[in-house]
Design a protein around this ligand. Structure first.
Ligand SMILES: [Ca+2]
Ligand SMILES: [Ca+2]
Length: 253
């Protein structure tokens, strides 16, 4: 009974005081310390596995970005977005985002007072207030290629289009008669310069049509509408001229 009391007293002292002194000379303590060191060496990352050069480089880069931002000089790629229409193709080039794809439409080729601009019309129009029946005013028609020679395979076909978004660019440019872009510019697509027929009443605009001359499936009928012809430069007004079909390129920067 006395022994039991003594053990209980010692145990209570150990719990309550938290001041039990141990020394490295104690074999149990010594063993435990050795095991702890072994475990620590296993879980700790060895210093020579850290690429200090890489850390220093990243730190310098981060410092440069923060420093440039604080000086209002951006060290990142130029911010910006530019949109353009890819006529004659329903998809956008690699690297650009397709905002939507659609069909080329515009005024009737022989209407006096027609609108000149071609539109890339989405496949799913939305309407607000409307009055049924054709009530006069401005009319929209599908657009056809009017082509011959080596491009005859697309003659009378209707034309698809896509509206594209090029990121990290600030400007776009259509260059007539060139299928390459100037140095420093990115070529988005290239193809043939097209416009309306000189003998038709409706005025038109030049557009750059993708060289693929994509066509809308099943549109081979001669239904007319807004018409697009290739362009040739006449030799009477000091311009570079040829009877060859002119090319074009759409470039961004
Ligand atoms: Ca057609
Ligand atoms: Ca036609």
């Amino acid at each position: 009974m006395k022994t039991k009391m003594l053990v209980l007293l010692l145990f209570a002292t150990f719990i309550l005081t938290d001041a039990v002194e141990v020394t490295n000379e104690d074999p149990l303590v010594s063993y435990l310390l050795t095991r702890i060191e072994q475990l620590e060496s296993k879980i700790m990352v060895k210093p020579n596995t850290i690429n200090t050069n890489e850390i220093a480089k990243k730190s310098t880069e981060q410092h440069a970005i923060v420093s440039a931002a604080s000086n209002d000089k951006c060290a990142c790629p130029p911010a910006g977005v530019v949109n353009y229409v890819r006529w004659g193709n329903s998809t956008c080039p690699y690297g650009a985002v397709t905002v939507y794809s659609g069909v080329v439409a515009g005024s009737w080729y022989d209407h006096q007072g027609a609108a000149v601009d071609p539109l890339c019309l989405p496949h799913n129009p939305q309407y607000l207030k409307y009055r049924s029946g054709y009530n006069g005013g401005a009319y929209l028609y599908g657009a056809e290629y009017e082509l011959g020679g080596p491009l005859d395979h697309s003659h009378q076909r209707n034309i698809p289009c896509a509206v594209c978004q090029a990121n990290s660019r600030t400007t776009s440019l259509m260059i007539p008669s060139r299928y390459e872009c100037p140095p420093g510019w990115t070529r988005e697509y290239y193809g043939y310069l097209m416009a309306g027929h000189y003998g038709h009443k409706a005025a038109t605009q030049h557009i750059c049509v993708d060289k693929s001359l994509e066509q809308i499936t099943g549109s081979g009928g001669d239904t007319n509408g807004k018409l697009f012809y290739t362009v040739e430069a006449q030799c009477n007004q000091f311009i570079p001229c040829s009877d060859k079909e002119l090319t074009c390129a759409v470039c961004t920067k």
